[in-house]
Design a binder for this molecule. Sequence first.
Ligand SMILES: *Cc1c(COP(=O)(O)O)cnc(C)c1O
Length: 375
Amino acid sequence: MQNQSINPRIAGLSPYKPGKPVDEVARELGINDIVKLASNENPRGPGAKVQQAIAEAATELSRYPDGGGFALKARLSQKIGVDANQLTLGNGSNDVLDLIARVVLEPGAQAIIAEHSFVVYRLAVTCGGGDLVTVPAKNYGSDLAAMLDAVTDATRLIFIANPNNPTGTRTPGSELLPFLQAVPEHVWVVLDEAYLEYVEDDDHINGATLLARFPNLIVTRTFSKVYGLAAVRFGYGASSPAFADLLNRARQPFNVNSLAMAASLAALEDDDYVNESVALNRAGMAQMTEGLTRLGYDFIPSAGNFVAFDSAEPGNDLFQRMLREGVIVRAIAEYGLPNHVRVSIGLASENERFLSVLAKVGSHARPKSTHQAES
Ligand SMILES: *Cc1c(COP(=O)(O)O)cnc(C)c1O
């Protein structure tokens, strides 16, 4: 770039690649019947209570939102068992991840992440002015022992997604607890629980229950996944009151809009929606993993609402061929998994469509000779 007056960290970033939007694919390919299984969204659409709450809140749009988020914090705090002053509300949990990095990091400070972890950590650390330390994964998941070994005097932050995206790997409580006990007090641990609600294993620990024991722990959650509200952008952090106070000083005063607050409040009153979504995911995960196995694809066992499978060819090639059939999945080369594809669990009919298209255009579908001739 000609003009040198740019922060070189920002100039060196690559733009975040979102899942391809349905409208864009429809426009480009002239297909109407498109299935998007690319962004781990809830396939059901928002619940009726949420839609009604948004319609009601729409009459107040000329007013600034409640910058302190009083009502939402009060309800959330009851629901998850922390005090309201431990909460930080965000424009999606990505907003909170970004705030954490800005509050904690400065030049020379290090943040540790696991290989194959969520790309937003890299973005937050880079923009937050710190240096990223990436620790190799173990069985595609966070290697907590190795992450602990990577801690130095310069370390200030460790990010752990539990379950992790895009691999779906999970850290059980029996590993998480000793890890938190061993992390030095000067290091903040961010436990990103975007997919917590989908985990049904008994040995899982809900990070919010650990905040009283570990003052250096910060838990983040989102309404973009099981709550079905990816478009409205709401997530939150839970931490010690002192750290929440710092995050709240650094955030933009009106970072969460009124519609997001109204929708999230309503979503918190709709346990049926959450429970039904978890049940739908459980059945869909069985359908998808059985289908993948039947078609001869290895997959990484997932605790989330998505599964990454070995495409047995560059994942982007499969992504492109599936796209032409109207099925949007996600190639994850940017996560260090060039031969894997991540597919979100959809409605039963969407999962079926994915499996039939994979059967048609996947590398295992085609005779070897044809495959080689084309590549
Ligand atoms: C989807 C996801 C989030 C949620 O981000 P929002 O900004 O709340 O939409 C956070 N962390 C991980 C690992 C995710 O996959």
